[in-house]
Design a binder for this molecule. Structure first.
Ligand code: PMP
Length: 357
């Protein structure tokens, strides 16, 4: 069978050994006679699964004890609302670097009591770079940024200095691929379906002193309540937590985040070198801000882009179509995506250029 390389931005490719393990354990989880799909979240079997998933994630990201780890539902998009509801007292700062950042800003703006300040924006240049943040007013409740802009293909490699103001990061599309220091953040959130497993689970890592700042929140959106209940206030997304736990184990075996970052650099470099050497394909992103995990590129001719995407699909390079707002192509190179896939893509790009350039 032809090898398929899946460049989807999310839900995205998962490690093959993890999928195999899920298959092996599907009908009977470790001799229990039950599938994880059938297991009570209160059972000792599942308690063990969620505990281990958290422990492994803590080890991978070196999450200090003064942070809680939550496995929630609602996607990263619900965090656009939960963050301001839980942490926003008077005024919050946002860094505007693309469509997902914009959505976070828009949701915060809906809260009547909260003032939202955009501290920096790259909108005027189509979000092709990461703007400088020179000073952060110390009266802000928090500063929000998107570490990797999934659609535009930029990433923060150095975080702004926010002083005593907690930094909140949407790490959805580069968590576990770039070695951020958790201690630089007051709160991190990320949807699972890119770099951690199937859709349905969102990881929130929150410094404990930030909990309980607002009283009377609806239960499901109250971090403090979720933390007090170990993410089990209601039925958690059990299967997604199980699968993510297996991905965390796989990551650990591969050598952890440092190794993943190294591999991400290698994969991204190959694609960027190909783009830079090409007279047909290009990337619009400022070199220093180029993402390692989500890489948009194009020919500048939408018919040719469509032709490329169609022909690529025929040779097993699938889901390369760019986000509709940017057009062209996008290669998502998350942790489970192999270097051989990038080698196949870049060879195919060179062939395509010879025939159509
Ligand atoms: N933030 C970023 C950076 C994303 O890439 C995405 C999904 N593409 C989201 C938020 C929204 O995630 P979800 O679909 O889990 O709500």
């Amino acid at each position: 069978m032809q090898e398929i390389y899946n460049f989807s931005a999310g839900p995205a490719v998962m490690p093959k050994p993890v999928l195999k393990q899920i298959q092996n354990e599907m009908m009977s989880y470790r001799g229990s006679g039950q599938s994880v799909l059938e297991m009570s979240h209160r059972s000792s079997l599942f308690q063990e699964i969620i505990k281990k998933a958290e422990e492994t994630l803590r080890a991978l990201m070196q999450i200090p004890d003064e942070y809680d780890v939550l496995f929630l539902q609602g996607g990263a998009s619900l965090q656009f609302t939960m963050v301001p509801l839980n942490l926003g007292i008077k005024k919050a700062g946002y860094i505007h670097t693309g469509i997902w950042a914009k959505k976070a800003i828009q949701e915060a703006e809906k809260l009547a009591d909260l003032e939202v300040a955009v501290l920096a924006s790259s909108a005027a240049k189509n979000f092709t770079y990461i703007p400088e943040i020179t000073s952060v007013p110390q009266y802000l409740d928090y500063v929000h940024l998107t570490t990797n802009n999934t659609i535009e293909g930029t990433a923060f490699y150095t975080l702004p200095k926010t002083g005593d103001v907690p930094l909140v990061g949407d790490l959805s599309s580069n968590i576990l691929s770039f070695d951020y220091d958790v201690k630089d953040f007051g709160l991190i959130y990320a949807g699972a379906q890119k770099n951690m497993g199937p859709a349905g689970m969102t990881v929130v890592i929150v410094r404990k002193d930030l909990l309980g700042k607002k009283k009377g929140l609806p239960a499901m959106i109250d971090y403090k309540l979720q933390a007090e209940n170990d993410s089990m206030y209601n039925t958690p997304p059990t299967f997604a937590i199980y699968a993510a736990g297996l991905v965390f184990d796989w990551l650990k075996k591969q050598g952890g985040i440092k190794e993943m970052e190294q591999r991400s650099r290698q994969k991204a470099q190959l694609l960027y070198e190909t783009l830079d050497a090409s007279s047909l394909f290009y990337s619009s992103v400022a070199k220093k801000d180029r993402s390692l995990t989500t890489i948009p590129f194009m020919t500048g001719n939408s018919d040719l882009d469509d032709q490329f995407i169609k022909e690529a699909e025929k040779v097993g390079l699938v889901n390369l179509k760019g986000h509709r707002s940017v057009g062209g192509m996008r290669a998502s190179l998350y942790n489970a995506f192999p270097l051989t896939g990038v080698e196949t893509l870049t060879a195919f790009m060179q062939d395509f250029e010879q025939q159509n350039g």
